[in-house]
Design a binder for this molecule. Structure first.
Ligand SMILES: [Fe+2]
Length: 579
């Protein structure tokens, strides 16, 4: 029997809880709140990513009765409010949600703070701002016509923006990667770098020099550069029902100089520096300080993982048996240990001057990591990273994963033929980013695992990385919040807190906001303007689609002609189908 807890997609959505500290002492030198966002998936079945966003706010301080207040609310954008009233108008296709209004922004993936404001990200939608106190929806970032639209819509065109923007405290702006996953056949730009000064319009620059890509999910800013990577999320292949092929086993990393952005008027193209690094990447981190003109980039590698392979109840598991229905919807977490790579890069030439990776056999199935980003010093140069993982369960490897990756032909750290035969428990691990070593690991019992972990600084901290790691623990029965001393993960939790009816679903990213909440500027995109800016774009969008369609048909005719010439000339038929 699988050992990973089956309590992933059961339980409650929005609500309020007060958690009792059932063991240990909850630290009294933490302030502010931890926020977690993820799909509000309350029952197994369908894709994990295909539900609307649920945001949870966890107070770091206990209340007057010694309990921990937790508030959860769904994100209520205008389209999601319409969906509540008229669900019959909406359909799910794998992890996407569509209607005559367009492609629903599910606002369920990432939560990003900057200057006391909070933004929820979704890879196929704009960032939306929520109120850090009430968790109420406030506004989208940028009207529909301020972005490159991938597909038209009456109210919500599909606007692909990497769910992780770069919150650039150094310059007081946010940076975004805005793109279309639909390849351009008529020469129009497919990827833009976008900048927002937090109050005005979005500015965009088309990027040149990028090779073919699946999607983008994460961008980060240093003092002088922007860095983003591709994510092997083969959405187009899955949505079109094509047979799956293995993901890319490399990271494509892109660098843009801020100086070039400053000197280039919005709308004019900017070249990127592209670098290829072995093993794909889920998320990245960049030290804000550049030393000797070199960028220090950390990549959370996800070798042999495939976010498109969803566990399905009753489907064949590798080695015999079937996947139990309780796991249905979960993606295939990395069937490898958690790997962090450190790369010292010359941003001018793209040369990787130094590279190193760290992993540990006690830490498998990495999900999400956290770092201290609470101060200028902490952001300047990272010292540690805390990574939560679900472990490894040999009974939860879908046969489809084995078919695609079991031969070990792609970059990995443990060959599929050497995978453990026994379960490896879920764990929280500390990575020392200077020594590039896993320095401490705490493993959880009975199929439990921590996700997400979140660093919270200690009041009057001695310096970067002085604080705590708060983590949600998914386990059988009521779920728990645990808190660790960030310097001593190996000692186990300092305290555990729970309540009999506390059972949130498996969510995604988290962040921390301190207690200071500056007055928010009056920024809002009125619904009427958003509607106008969606419908106003439809004719131009349809013309672009028509031009692309024509160009694609010409490409196909040209390819067929060339193949015919080859075969009549005696050349052998190629081994792969012609386009
Ligand atoms: Fe993410």
């Amino acid at each position: 029997m699988a050992t990973l807890t089956t309590n992933l997609f059961h339980g409650h959505g929005p609500g309020d809880h007060r958690l009792d500290v059932v063991e240990g002492h909850w630290p009294d030198d933490m302030l502010g709140d931890v926020y977690v966002v993820g799909p509000d998936k309350r029952r197994p079945g369908g894709h994990w990513f295909g539900e609307r966003g649920l945001v949870m706010r966890i107070s770091c301080r206990t209340d007057s009765t010694g309990r921990i207040p937790v508030r959860s609310r769904v994100v209520r954008t205008p389209v999601l409010r319409i969906r509540d009233r008229m669900p019959w108008m909406f359909r799910k296709i794998a992890f996407a949600d569509v209607s005559p209004l367009g492609s629903t922004n599910l606002a369920n993936t990432n939560i990003e703070p900057i200057n006391g404001r909070l933004f929820v990200g979704y890879d196929a939608g704009r960032q939306v701002e929520i109120d850090p106190e009430t968790l109420e929806y406030l506004t989208p970032v940028g009207a529909n016509d301020e972005w490159l639209q991938a597909l038209p819509g009456v109210l919500e065109p599909m606007i692909a923006v990497a769910a992780h923007p770069a919150a650039d405290e150094h310059d007081g702006v946010m940076w975004f990667v805005n793109y279309t996953p639909i390849p351009s056949f008529d020469g129009s730009p497919t990827v833009y770098l976008a900048r927002w000064d937090m109050t005005g319009p979005i500015e965009r620059w088309p990027l040149t020099g990028l090779p073919a890509f699946d999607t983008f999910h994460d961008i980060k800013a240093s003092s002088d550069h922007l860095v983003f990577s591709d994510l092997p999320f083969a959405a187009a292949e899955t949505l079109s029902g094509q047979p799956r092929t293995p993901n890319s086993d490399v990271t494509q990393l892109f660098i843009v100089a801020k100086e070039l952005v400053r000197s280039t008027p919005a709308g004019q193209s900017i070249p990127v520096t592209a670098i290829e690094i072995p093993m794909p990447t889920g998320h990245l981190m960049v030290d804000v300080d550049e030393q000797d003109g070199r960028l220090r980039v950390f990549l959370e590698h996800i070798p042999l993982s495939d976010l498109m392979i969803m566990l399905t109840g009753g489907e064949a598991a590798h080695g015999g048996g079937v996947i139990p229905a309780d796991y249905e919807g979960l993606v295939t977490l990395a069937v490898q240990p958690g790997v962090v790579g450190r790369y010292l890069i010359d941003p001018g030439t793209g040369e990787v001057v130094e590279s190193d990776i760290a992993w540990d056999d006690r830490f498998w199935g990495p999900i999400l990591a956290t770092r201290d980003r609470s101060t200028v010093d902490a952001r300047a140069r990272g010292g540690r990273l805390w990574f939560g993982g679900a472990g490894f369960d040999p009974e939860l490897i879908p046969e489809e994963w084995w078919r695609l990756y079991g031969d070990g032909a792609l970059n990995h750290v443990v060959d599929p033929s050497d995978l453990p035969t026994e379960s490896v428990p879920g764990a929280l691990a500390t990575f020392d980013l200077d020594a590039m070593k896993v320095t401490s690991v705490h493993q959880f019992d009975d199929g439990a695992f921590p996700s997400p972990p979140q660093f919270v600084p200690r009041v009057n901290a001695d310096g970067p990385d002085d604080g705590y790691v708060v983590a949600m623990v998914h386990r059988d029965g009521p779920k728990e919040l645990v808190v660790f001393d960030a310097s001593h993960i190996e000692h186990g939790p300092l305290a555990r807190a729970t309540a009999a009816d506390f059972c949130p679903p498996l969510l995604l990213h988290s962040t921390w906001l301190g207690p200071d909440r500056p007055v928010r500027p009056d920024y809002r995109i009125p619904l009427r303007r958003d509607l106008r800016s969606a419908t106003g774009q439809i004719p131009a969008q349809l013309r672009a689609m028509w031009r692309s369609g024509k160009a694609m048909a010409m490409e196909k005719r040209k390819a067929a002609k060339s193949w015919s010439a080859q075969t009549t000339g005696g050349a052998s038929r190629p081994g792969t189908p012609m386009p």
